[in-house]
Design a protein around this ligand. Structure first.
Ligand code: FES
Ligand SMILES: [Fe+2]
Length: 404
C-alpha cells in the first residue's frame, strides 16, 4: 500500500479551493455525472448473506436504470436490468424478496428463469413467433467481492477487487463474505447534490468539533490517507485511551478480547472508500458498508447496512449494538453539517473552499472529477444548455495538450 502525500494531491490545479459552488446545484452537470460517473462505475447492491437462497433477489435503481441481482439455481449471483421485455414493467414488485424459480412480471405475467432466459409467455399463441433467446432479461455486469455484490451499468476499466488490491492485506482479514446481516439497513435521504454529502464523508477534520463522542473514541489518532490506485483510507485507534463518554467506555469494555482479528484491528475503526461513493468500514465487531449516490433532481442518498460473523455471546451483541448506536448518532450529526455547508455554498458570499491537508480525500475525489469531467474546472457554470458541449471541448483540448 503506497500512501500518496497531501502535497502531491494538492499539486493538482484548483485542488486547495475545492469544486466551484455551481457544480453543487447544476442539473445539467448532475445529468452528465449520472451518465459518465455513476452509470460507468461500480455500484454496491447487497451482501450475499442478504440473498442466501436460490430465488432471493435485491434491487437497485439509479437515474432511469433499474437492476435486480438474484441468486440462481446453481448458487451463482447474477444481475439483470429489472425491465420486462414485453412492455418494460419491473419484473419484481419489491426491493428485496424471494421469487422462487422464476421472475413473474406483475403486469401480464411474462416469466423469466433465474439465468434471465425467457421462461413463459401467457397466450403465446397471440404473438408472432417469439425468438425466446432474444427476449431474455438483459444482463448487467456483476462482481462479487468479499461477499459484496457490485454492478456496473456501462463502461469498462478495472474491477472492484482490482481497485481494492492495495487494501486487500487489511480488508481480507475480516472475512466479510462469511458475515450475515446485522440490524436493519439504514438510509439518510438528502435534498442536496451527492457531492455535498461525499465532501463531509470523506474527511475527519470535522470530527473533533462535529462529532465529540466519535472524537472521544478514536479522534486523536484519526488519520486520513489517500492510497495509490485511488482509494481513500482513514483509521483511528482507541488503544490505551480513557473515555469521557460512557457509551464509548461501555463499547470498548464489551468488545470480547478473543477475536479472529490481529491485535491492531481489535482496537481500530478503519474506513476504505472507493470512487465515486462506496465505503466499507471495518470494526472489531462488525463491518458496515454504505454508498452515496444521486437519487433525483438535487437529491441524494446515503444508504448502508452492517454485517457480522455469527456470534451469540451477549457481550458481542452489546458491543455491536453500542457501535451501531454511536455510528447512527454520528450520521445524524452529519445531516445538519451537510445541510448548512451546502446551503452556504449557494450564497453570494461563497467564493470557494480552502481545503486542509487533513481533507486530502475530499481533494483527491475532486481531482478525479476534474479529470473525468473537465467542465467542473470552470469557475462559473457554462451558459444554459451548453455544458455537455463545453465539457467535450475541454476534454478534446486536454487530449491535444497531452499529446504535445
Ligand atoms: S410488461 Fe411484463 S408482462 Fe407485460
Ligand atoms: Fe461526519
Amino acid at each position: 500500500m503506497k500512501i500518496i502525500s497531501p502535497d502531491e494531491v494538492f499539486r493538482q490545479p484548483g485542488a486547495r479551493r475545492g469544486l466551484p459552488g455551481w457544480t453543487y446545484h447544476s442539473d445539467e452537470l448532475a445529468g452528465l455525472e449520472l451518465e459518465r460517473i455513476f452509470l460507468r462505475h461500480w455500484l454496491y447492491v447487497a451482501h450475499v448473506g442478504e440473498i442466501p437462497r436460490s430465488g432471493d433477489y435485491a434491487c437497485f435503481a439509479l437515474g432511469d436504470e433499474r437492476a435486480v441481482v438474484v441468486r440462481d439455481g446453481g448458487g451463482e449471483i447474477r444481475a439483470f436490468h429489472n425491465v420486462c421485455r414485453h412492455r418494460a414493467s419491473r419484473v419484481v414488485a419489491d426491493d428485496r424478496g424471494h421469487c422462487g424459480k422464476a421472475f413473474i412480471c406483475p403486469f401480464h405475467g411474462w416469466s423469466y428463469n433465474l439465468d434471465g432466459s425467457l421462461r413463459n409467455v401467457p397466450r403465446a399463441d397471440t404473438f408472432p413467433d417469439i425468438d425466446r433467446a432474444a427476449f431474455g432479461l438483459k444482463p448487467i455486469e456483476c462482481e462479487v467481492w468479499h461477499g459484496l455484490i457490485f454492478i456496473r451499468f456501462a463502461g469498462d476499466g478495472p474491477g472492484v477487487a482490482e481497485q481494492f488490491a492495495p487494501a486487500e492485506h487489511e480488508i481480507g482479514l475480516y472475512r466479510i463474505a462469511e458475515m450475515q446481516p446485522f440490524g436493519k439497513p439504514w438510509r439518510f435521504p438528502f435534498e442536496l447534490d451527492w457531492k455535498a454529502v461525499a465532501d463531509i464523508d470523506g474527511e475527519g477534520y470535522h470530527v473533533p468539533v462535529g462529532h465529540p463522542e466519535l472524537f472521544d473514541l478514536v479522534g486523536p489518532t484519526y488519520t486520513d490517507q489517500f492510497v495509490d490506485g485511488g482509494l481513500a483510507r482513514a483509521c483511528g485507534s482507541f488503544a490505551g485511551r480513557k473515555f469521557k463518554f460512557e457509551r464509548n467506555r461501555d463499547y470498548v469494555a464489551a468488545l470480547p478480547t478473543d477475536s479472529y482479528l490481529p491485535e491492531a484491528c481489535r482496537q481500530q475503526w478503519i474506513y476504505w472508500g472507493l470512487f465515486p461513493g462506496f465505503v466499507v468500514t471495518l470494526f472489531p465487531d462488525q463491518v458496515e458498508v454504505y454508498q452515496i449516490y444521486p437519487s433525483g433532481r438535487r437529491r441524494s442518498v446515503m444508504a448502508g447496512a452492517s454485517f457480522a460473523l455469527p456470534d451469540d455471546r451477549p457481550q458481542m451483541q452489546r458491543a455491536r449494538e453500542l457501535n451501531r448506536a454511536i455510528n447512527m448518532d454520528v450520521g445524524g450529526e452529519d445531516v445538519d453539517l451537510v445541510n448548512w455547508a451546502a446551503a452556504g455554498m449557494r450564497s453570494s458570499a461563497f467564493d470557494g473552499m480552502l481545503l486542509s491537508d487533513l481533507e486530502v480525500n475530499v481533494a483527491s475525489y475532486h481531482n478525479r472529477l476534474r479529470e473525468l469531467l473537465p467542465v467542473v474546472c470552470l469557475d462559473n457554470a457554462p451558459a444554459a444548455g451548453t455544458l455537455r458541449e463545453v465539457n467535450a471541448r475541454l476534454a478534446a483540448e486536454r487530449r491535444v495538450a497531452a499529446v504535445r
